[in-house]
Design a protein around this ligand. Structure first.
Ligand code: ADP
Length: 191
């Protein structure tokens, strides 16, 4: 593991790496970007609104044909005018303080990564799912996200060779970046 610069952090997991970066996910040229969507897969606000604006109206048209998406599940569309080829839409839990929140948030990361792997993608970028409008405390969500990504990469790379080489977390603010970096450092100290 190396600290590359103030707004960049990297954790190697067998043949893959987890990269933390501060930035705007709509600018990411990874094979896929992940959208923190709602159950109806309508554009909405937050990162979803930004992704739909950058992708153009074709994205909402494709989303409308998918029959919605349950919390914790993931669906894939094209990326249209985005630099990314695909958008993986996943629906995080609205924070309630119940233990099921954690399970649903873990499922979002796992199901998005499974979809990307099934499609043979090499790189994927996630936003901080559920920590905006859905109210999940960032400190807790960061720990869940980093551990879920790490567990997925470790498991899949030890049984078969995954296509996934780079998993990025794109954090929109300095404080979110610091929380995710803290969670990654804690994980590093355990492994
Ligand atoms: P949710 O409804 O799952 O909480 P939000 O879109 O409200 O989703 O927020 C999720 C996170 O995405 C928040 O941390 C928010 O600051 C961040 N975000 C908003 N716009 C962008 C963007 N363009 N790129 C990356 N992250 C973004």
């Amino acid at each position: 593991m190396s600290v590359m610069s103030v707004n960049n952090f990297e954790l190697n997991v067998l043949n893959s790496k987890i990269l933390l970066q501060k930035g705007d996910i709509t600018k990411e040229a990874t094979d896929a970007i992940v959208n923190a969507a709602n159950n109806y897969l309508t554009p909405g606000g937050g990162v979803s609104g930004a992704i739909h604006r950058a992708a153009g109206p074709e994205l909402a048209k494709e989303c409308a044909k998918l029959g919605g998406c349950k919390t914790g599940e993931a669906k894939i569309t094209l990326g249209y005018n985005l630099p990314a080829k695909y958008v993986i839409h996943t629906v995080g839990p609205v924070y309630s303080g119940k233990p099921s929140d954690k399970a649903y948030l873990e499922q979002c990361y796992k199901n998005s990564l499974l979809l990307a792997d099934k499609k043979g993608l090499e790189s994927i970028s996630f936003p901080s799912i559920s920590t905006g409008i859905f109210g999940y405390p960032v400190k807790e969500a960061a720990k869940i996200a980093i551990n879920a990504i790490y567990d997925f990469l470790k498991t899949i790379n030890s049984s078969q060779q995954s296509s996934l080489k780079i998993v990025k977390m794109i954090l929109f603010s300095d404080s979110d970046f610091e929380e995710y970096k803290h969670a990654a450092l804690q994980l590093k100290n355990k492994i």
